[in-house]
Design a protein around this ligand. Structure first.
Ligand SMILES: Cc1ncc(COP(=O)(O)O)c(C=O)c1O
Length: 415
């Protein structure tokens, strides 16, 4: 039994935590932005550093007693520098969104112009959606993917940047299955006199492992999450050249945040150490191989993948051509009942609402962590297809749930 001390104080929360551990063990996490960190990362995140205020940066804190906080943050920075090769790294952002906020605050004035990918084409809220602070403080225009290919319309982006003259072009996406040509986007940003922010939230681990082209040394700013394809616990990171280091650091603190979550910075340090081991590259490669196997099998079943496949850790299925009367939400709900947890997603040229869109997004980072190979991912694709065919059929859902049970037993996450 885990969480014994919590149980003594707060049985309701202990029950919920036990339930969540069992849920993660007994279902397949296929939300493309999720993963399972090691027990070592979780131990770091629940350490005494949760008690410590450490406003400022190593060696320059506003509070005393920071010698161990300094040691932890210095190590996290060193390891991040080794992983991604940037001149300057800030490991304090509480999340990927806050990392983006740090870059905007450092480089833009209210009313300045952002050019980013449309949300329904795979962009992210923090790239200037009206519901996010970035959409409220800055002017935003959006580029799109080419409807014929599903790939970023690089030429359209270049022309758009030339006409709109943005202050910053944002690349890096939430639901984009293809390799991103960061150099081409940097060239378009340079020609328009704009900065380029490459948000690699989803592919941070793939870039660290050399499995995806790196924007570090190409884009002016690189941001990321530390809990998606890299297993360093929830958080964010910003990377840039030395010339922007002071601006970025003061935008994160005191600009956007107060005291850093030092327990999470410790989690990042531990997760980065794990990612520096040679096995991590094999993990990242397997993650991509698994997504390719998953996507190929879904296509063999007649499902339509945006862009016709994947180069990374996720596939995006457009249900409209094969199943025009089935929504992403129908499939998400049927699959969740069967123990496969993924999300309904908008697709380029979306004709439904963001809440009940026409696609599903499926990722392999978490399955790969628990040992799935291509064969196992093909079986998962078969399961997904069965539910797409009949999302509300209880017998189908029950049959798939049995197969999921066998897979979660074979690839157990926890004892
Ligand atoms: C491209 C992109 N940027 C930023 C984020 C935000 O990350 P976080 O949830 O860590 O704030 C996400 C989340 O999925 C994302 O996909």
């Amino acid at each position: 039994m885990r969480y014994e001390r919590i149980r003594e104080v707060d049985p309701a929360i202990a029950d919920a935590l036990d339930g969540e551990r069992a849920r993660q063990n007994d279902t397949l996490a296929m939300i493309a932005s999720e993963n399972h960190v090691s027990e070592a990362v979780m131990e770091a995140q629940s350490s005494e550093l949760t008690n410590k205020y450490a406003e400022g940066y190593p060696g320059e804190r506003y509070y005393g007693g920071c010698e161990y906080a300094d040691a932890v943050e210095r190590v996290a920075i060193e390891r991040a520098t080794e992983l991604w090769g940037a001149d300057h790294v800030n490991v304090q952002p509480h999340s990927g969104s806050q990392a983006n906020m740090g870059v905007y605050l450092a480089m833009l004035e209210p009313g300045d112009k952002i050019l980013s990918l449309d949300l329904t084409h795979g962009g992210h809220l923090s790239h200037g959606h009206p519901a996010n602070f970035a959409g409220q403080v800055y002017e935003v225009e959006q580029y799109e993917v080419d409807p014929a290919t599903g790939y970023v319309d690089y030429e359209g982006l270049r022309k758009h940047a030339e006409q709109y003259e943005p202050d910053i072009v944002v690349s890096g996406y939430s639901a984009y299955p293809r390799e991103v040509d960061f150099e081409r986007i940097q060239a378009a940003a340079d020609a328009a006199g704009a900065y380029h922010l490459a948000d690699i939230a989803h592919i941070t681990g793939l870039v660290a492992a050399g499995v995806h082209e790196s924007p570090v040394g190409v884009a002016d700013f690189v941001t990321g999450s530390t809990h998606k394809t890299i297993r360093a616990g929830r958080g964010g990171i910003i990377m840039c050249d030395d010339e922007y280091a002071d601006d970025i650091d003061s935008a994160v603190f005191p600009g956007a945040q107060g005291g850093p979550l030092m327990h999470n910075v410790a989690g990042k340090a531990v997760g980065f150490k794990e990612a520096l081991e040679p096995e991590f590259e094999a993990y990242a490669r397997q993650t991509v191989d698994n997504a390719v196997a998953l996507g190929d099998r879904l296509q063999e079943h007649g499902l339509d993948l945006v862009s016709g496949g994947t180069d990374n850790h996720l596939v995006l299925v457009d249900l409209r051509p094969s199943h025009p009367d089935t929504t992403g939400k129908d499939v998400e709900e049927g699959l969740e009942a069967a123990g496969i947890v993924l999300n309904a997603n908008t697709v380029p040229g979306e004709t439904r609402s963001a809440f009940n869109p026409s696609g599903i997004r499926a990722g392999t980072p978490a399955l790969t962590t628990r040992g799935f190979d291509e064969d196992a991912c093909r079986e998962v694709a078969d399961c997904i297809y069965e539910v797409v065919e009949a999302p509300h059929d209880e017998d189908v859902v029950e049959g798939v749930a049995d197969r999921v049970d066998r897979l979660t037993d074979e690839f157990a996450l926890y004892d």
